[in-house]
Design a protein around this ligand. Structure first.
Ligand code: 9MR
Ligand code: 9MR
Ligand code: ZN
Length: 563
């Protein structure tokens, strides 16, 4: 027994020793992309070796990139092999014979990431049977079919049919704020960069129906959201059990009562955003559905007009007897603002533009932290790219200025970071990886607007980071990369342990706030960027979540569309 343990420790040390020092994007790069490799031991030169022939095909020099990177404590040496454009599979080797994980160079390196990160949403589906034909080992009978009970604070009694939608994350709760935000991000990506999102064959029940699978998958969530709107237009905030289920409970075996909590203006505004988008986007595929979305969006706006200040006061807090995710937001003005933008785009009514003009200067348009809690940047981008006419010019110019400032700020931030990620100490919060991807996203638009490729590269650095070019030399997307997350916090893992079957889930990532027991135990004196552990119980660093995968699939679709 002892021998085995020693052997395991030895293998662990060995693999970490071999891999720890050289970080690359473990999926790979387009031939013409910028390509960097990061070393944490001082090396002067390196070679790129063909993974099949073991032939050395390129020699590179390194530079000292960052001494004592505050996020990781690493002194980082950087190699730039952007001029190496030959397609193939390679690894990087140093003068001390240390090897990197292998990676590819090619035009289609992101197609699989797109398919699988989109498929992750199918795996999260609730209320239908998942067939093994599509779900593999994640197949299960329909779950959560019972009606939800109105929580007493809603002032209503009895039950409501709220079947469908995606499980939020590693838990089986369903939350309007996060669900609507996730789809709104996905539809934003779709409208901005449509080329990469068109495939109809990723292997979901709707594949082959002549509607992009991306839209089919979003529609599954949209249909559930429609069940959560009350007669007065307001949205119930969430439907969950009283507390989180145990981690080993299969979805279809989870039968406890589910409760529908009070209506909130934040949920209502998020819903208005996404329904206004859907009303436009689905028109060409499903007229009746699109009409319904439009009507519901207007109804939601009516509720917001009737309730001009946030409900409940101070933002949503769980009732005393409910202990599931809160998605509480102190400030609903950015959600209302984005709703006005999408309603204006869909209905072209002056009153929406007036709302935008009256409120735009009251908001921080491009805050550094872009997340479900802080959505104004998405609103700004959509207004800038999609509104027309003289009545919008001034606002668009203002947005352009703000966007430009943001792009410059992010460029500088990237240049000051050891791994070129838009996260400094203080930024490594719950869901840090999604924060990095989100912070990079406006730069994809900035690159077009200001005709400046440097901005695009900053955005793509975030993807490189998530996929392995980071201080942990680790891919945070399940099933992608030789060293990637496998023991994620998600109750559907109770169906299987085999993550190779359905890869494509992004985890939360390093979390310096150490909000679970394992993080607290392991990382008390650790630099922020390394506070991550690939263990099932670390829900604060290793959970999966629909809004995190939303921005991941947007990047993947963007990349796919580049070819
Ligand atoms: O599984 C829960 C996860 O989805 C949440 O994000 C997380 C934080 O709210 O909580 C998890 O549930 C844990 C609970 O909070 C504390 N006891 C252990 C639970 C995980 O098994
Ligand atoms: O993504 C949420 C993060 O911003 C919060 O800090 C965290 C704690 O409140 O909750 C996260 O959302 C979780 C939700 O509350 C319940 N389902 C799982 C979500 C991801 O961990
Ligand atoms: Zn379910």
């Amino acid at each position: 027994m002892k021998k085995i343990i020693y052997a395991l420790i030895y293998i662990f040390i060995l693999t970490n020793f071999i891999y720890a020092q050289i970080a690359v994007n473990q999926i790979g790069y387009f031939p013409k992309s910028q390509k960097y490799v990061f070393f944490t031991t001082p090396v002067e030169s390196y070679s790129i070796v063909n993974d099949k022939t073991y032939e050395s095909v390129y020699q590179g020099k390194t530079e000292l990139w960052k001494s004592n990177d505050p996020s990781t404590g690493h002194t980082v040496y950087r190699g730039d092999f952007s001029d190496f454009i030959k397609k193939g599979t390679y690894y990087i080797q140093t003068e001390n014979i240390e090897k990197s994980i292998k990676f590819s160079i090619g035009n289609f390196v992101y197609d699989e990431l797109y398919n699988k990160s989109l498929k992750s949403f199918y795996i999260q589906r609730c209320g239908i049977k998942l067939e093994s034909k599509f779900a593999g080992e994640f197949a299960h009978d329909a779950c959560h079919l019972n009606d939800g009970f109105y929580h007493s604070l809603t002032g209503k009694t009895g039950t409501r049919k709220v079947v469908g939608g995606w499980h939020d994350a590693g838990d089986y709760g369903k939350y309007i704020v996060n669900g609507a935000y996730s789809v709104a991000v996905m539809l934003t990506g779709y409208e901005l960069f449509p080329a990469g999102f068109q495939s109809d064959n990723i292997g979901i029940p709707e594949s082959g129906n002549n509607i992009p699978d991306y839209l089919d998958e979003c529609q599954f969530e949209l249909k559930w959201m429609l069940t959560m709107q009350d007669e007065d237009g307001g949205l119930f905030h969430k439907v969950t059990e009283k507390a989180f289920q145990t981690l080993d409970l299969k979805p279809n075996e989870d039968k406890k009562q589910q409760f529908i909590v009070i209506k909130t203006t934040t949920a209502t505004a998020d819903f208005a955003i996404v329904m206004a988008q859907a009303g436009r986007i689905y028109k060409q595929y499903d007229k009746k559905f699109a009409k319904k979305c439009k009507k519901s969006a207007l109804k939601a706006w009516e509720y917001l007009e009737n309730n001009p200040t946030i409900i409940p006061e101070g933002g949503f807090k769980n009732p005393e007897d409910i202990h599931t995710g809160q998605y509480g937001d102190l400030d609903d003005s950015d959600e209302r603002f984005w709703a006005a933008v999408e309603l204006y785009r869909t209905f072209k009514k002056k009153k929406f533009n007036n709302y935008i003009l009256q409120n735009i200067k009251k908001l921080k348009l491009c805050p550094e932290e872009i997340t479900w809690l802080q959505v104004s940047a998405f609103a700004a981008i959509n207004y800038l790219k999609f509104t027309k006419g003289s009545e919008c010019e001034e606002t668009k110019n203002y947005i352009k200025q703000e966007l430009h400032k943001f792009c410059e700020k992010m460029l500088a931030k990237r240049n000051n970071n050891g791994y070129q990620v838009l996260l400094n100490p203080g930024d490594y919060k719950w869901g840090s990886l999604q924060l990095a991807l989100n912070a990079g996203f406006p730069l994809l638009v900035g690159a077009q607007e200001f005709n400046d490729d440097r901005y695009k590269e900053v955005a793509l650095d975030q993807l490189n980071y998530v996929l392995g070019a980071n201080g942990m030399n680790f891919s945070f997307v399940t099933g992608f990369g030789e060293k990637s997350a496998t023991n994620v916090h998600n109750r559907i893992c109770s169906l299987t342990d085999n993550w190779d079957i359905y890869p494509g889930f992004l985890v939360g990532g390093p979390n310096e706030d150490l909000q679970d027991d394992i993080l607290k135990e392991q990382f008390i004196n650790t630099t922020p960027g390394l506070c991550y552990i690939d263990t099932r119980d670390s829900y604060a660093s290793n959970e999966t979540c629909i809004n995190w995968n939303a921005i991941l699939v947007v990047y993947a679709g963007y990349m796919k569309g580049m070819h």
